[in-house]
Design a protein around this ligand. Structure first.
Ligand code: UT7
Length: 329
C-alpha cells in the first residue's frame, strides 16, 4: 500500500541589504552593544529598504528555493506563507507572491502564528500532502518586523530583524508502507501547540478590528523567556517520543532564533553540543517566521546538514504558540 509522505526538496532565503549594528542603534536609543550582546547574542540585523515589502523578500527566497529544488513555479499546487507583517490586511501576501511567480493555478494563503509561523505553515503543507490534496507546496516564512517596532522602545526594537526563507515540500512518491518511517527521507511528524491565556505577554497593540491602526510590538520579555524554555523542552521530547528517538539521535537542531540564551538553554536540556545547533541570531536577530527557514537554508547550503541527518526544528512565539517538526533529511 502506498502512503503519502512529504520531503524538503529545496531551500532558499533572502535578507535585505541594509545591516544595522548594535552601535548604530545605540546612537538613537539608550542601549549598548554590551547589553544587547550579553542578553541576546545579537550583533546586527537586516532592515528592509523603504518600499521593500514582505512579498518582495518572500518572492526572492521562493525563487532561490525553487531553483534549489529544480522545480518550476507552474508545478506548485499550493503556497503557504507564514507572516505577521503582511503587505496589506488583505489580500494575503501568499496570493501576491503567487502573482509575482506568474502562477496561473493552485491556491495560496497566509498562516499567522507569529514566531512559530514557519512550523505551523510546514505542518499545514505536510498535512495537505499526506491527505493527497497537494503534491508540491511552497512554504515561506517572511517578515518585515521592522515596520511594527516602536523604535523608541529599547526593550523590543533591538531584538528583531527582517528577512525571508522558503522550502519546497514535495510528495515522496517512493515511500511505501513497508519502509521504516523513521529512516525514510521526509517530514516525520509535526507538533503544534498554543495557549491563548498568555496573549498579553507578546502582542501588537493595534489591528483592523480593535484600533484600526497597525500597532507596535509589546512584550514582557522575561515572562516569554520563561515560557519558551519550558514549552520548547516539552515539545522537543514530544516529537522524539512520537518517533521512538532519543535526544542523542538528533544530528542538527534548527531552532527559531529569538535569543542566544534560549538556544543555549534548549541545547543544554537536550545534551547537544553547541556545534550541533544552527545559530543565525547573531547576524539576523529575531526574524519571527523567517528565522527557521533562513537558518535551515544556511546549514543546507554550507553542507552542515547532509542526507540522512535527523533534523529537529522548533519555535515559540506570540499567542502563545509553539511547535516542532522532526525531519529525516
Ligand atoms: O520570538 C518570540 C519569542 N520571544 C522571545 O523568546 C524573547 C524572550 N525574552 C528575551 O529574550 C529576554 O527576556 C530579553 C532579551 C527580551 C530581555 O532580557 P532580560 O534578561 O529578560 O532583561 P529584562 O527584560 O529583565 O531587563 C533587564 C534590564 C531592565 O532594567 P531594570 O528594570 O533592571 O533597571 C531593562 O529596562 O535591562 C533593561 N533593558 C535594556 N537596557 C539596555 C531592556 N532593554 C534594554 C536595552 N538596552 N535594549
Amino acid at each position: 500500500m502506498m502512503m503519502s509522505r512529504s520531503y524538503i526538496a529545496g531551500t532558499g532565503s533572502y535578507l535585505p541589504e541594509r545591516r544595522v549594528t548594535n552601535e548604530e542603534l545605540a546612537q538613537s536609543i539608550d542601549t549598548s552593544d554590551e547589553w544587547i550582546v550579553s542578553r541576546t547574542g545579537i550583533n546586527e540585523r537586516r532592515i528592509a529598504a523603504d518600499g521593500e515589502l514582505t512579498s518582495d523578500l518572500a518572492y526572492k527566497a521562493a525563487i532561490r528555493a525553487l531553483e534549489h529544488a529544480k522545480t518550476s513555479a507552474d508545478e506548485i499546487d499550493l503556497i503557504v506563507l507564514a507572516t505577521t507583517t503582511p503587505d496589506r490586511t488583505f489580500p494575503s501576501t501568499a496570493t501576491r507572491v503567487q502573482s509575482m511567480l506568474n502562477m496561473k493555478g493552485g491556491a495560496a494563503f497566509d498562516v499567522q502564528a507569529v514566531c512559530s509561523g514557519f512550523i505551523y505553515a510546514l505542518s499545514v503543507a505536510d498535512n495537505f500532502i499526506r491527505a493527497g490534496q497537494a503534491e508540491t507546496v511552497l512554504v515561506i516564512g517572511a517578515e518585515t518586523f521592522s515596520r511594527i517596532l516602536d523604535w523608541e522602545d529599547r526593550t523590543t526594537c533591538v531584538l528583531f530583524g527582517d528577512g525571508a526563507g522558503a522550502v519546497v515540500l514535495k510528495k515522496n512518491k517512493e515511500f511505501s508502507h513497508d519502509d521504516d518511517p523513521g529512516k525514510t527521507r521526509g517530514i516525520l511528524t509535526t507538533h503544534l501547540h498554543s495557549d491563548g491565556d498568555h496573549a498579553d505577554l507578546l502582542y501588537v497593540d493595534g489591528g483592523p478590528s480593535s484600533t484600526q491602526t497597525t500597532g507596535h510590538v509589546r512584550m514582557i520579555g522575561r515572562e516569554v523567556f520563561r515560557h519558551a524554555v519550558i514549552n520548547l523542552a516539552a515539545v522537543v521530547d514530544e516529537a522524539l517520543e512520537a518517533n521512538g528517538y532519543t535526544r542523542a539521535d538528533i544530528d542538527w537542531l534548527v531552532p527559531h532564533q529569538a535569543n542566544k540564551r534560549i538556544l543555549d538553554s534548549t541545547a543544554r536540556k537536550l545534551d547537544m553540543p553547541p556545534e550541533r545547533v544552527v545559530i543565525t541570531v547573531d547576524r539576523h536577530a529575531n526574524t519571527s517566521a523567517a528565522s527557521i527557514p533562513l537558518a535551515l537554508d544556511e546549514a543546507v547550503k554550507d553542507g552542515r546538514i547532509k542526507d540522512d541527518n535527523l533534523v529537529l526544528l522548533e519555535a515559540m512565539g506570540g499567542g502563545l504558540t509553539w511547535g516542532a517538526a522532526l525531519v529525516r533529511w
